[in-house]
Design a protein around this ligand. Sequence first.
Ligand code: AMP
Length: 273
Amino acid sequence: MQEHSDLMRSLGKTIAFVPTMGFLHEGHLSLIRKGRELGDNLVVSIFVNPAQFSPGEDFESYPRNLDRDFDLAEKSGVDVIFTPDEKELYPRNFQTYVELEKLPNHLCGISRPTFFKGVATVVAKLFNTVKPHVAVFGEKDYQQLIIIRRMVRDLNFEINIVGVPTLREPDGLAMSSRNTYLTSEQRIDALCIYKALKKAQELLKNGINDAANIINAASELIKSHMGTTIDYITICDPETLVDMETIDSPALMALAVKIGKTRLIDNMMLNPE
Ligand code: AMP
């Protein structure tokens, strides 16, 4: 991979990079289309990163289908599909990790305390391997996106980070590889996540700007669906992720909800008029 990237760079080609865990869906493909626009050479990685899963999470059962992914990637104009081996990325005696001080202490980092250490580390390694000029990430994983932006600034990676809006199913559910875990009943319940976000936007539009009130209404809506468990619902500053009490400037509403055993995340901006 490094040799290929060195060659591309020596030919004056720009490299665009889309890191994924595979099981590609339309959301990934929108990142790939963006990457296609941004670089001469488009690299997509597929790697289910063990370092970002904790014991008891779904590393083993995470959906995988490399043949299908290769097919989709090829049809979308991807030049290189990089599928590193676990032992190659984490050889014996591996001991260097990338950790951020503040951003991981919010949202998903609370229930998944080692998650962003795993994410930042693997992304740094992939950046050093793929050597891209530009890398594309989804706003669906908003906290991940701003953590990567922070890491790139803090560690002087010369990489432009581009965010792409969340792609949704026609009814509003954010696309996710994990949606395949849902039974047909759970798939219906899962829509409450999107409805809660839309409800928040509606309340704000109607003049309610007290974050606690909005969170309360959103959590009531979610709890009315049996089999859902709220991990968190937060309204926070989009840059620091610190909770906001009053929505008097653009705020991020983010939530994680378990539908049965499947943990799904989503977010939306709340913009006061
Ligand atoms: P994953 O394979 O889930 O690690 O996701 C790889 C990349 O695709 C990440 O940058 C995600 O934020 C992005 N992504 C996943 N789902 C969506 C979606 N529904 N819309 C836009 N981007 C997405």
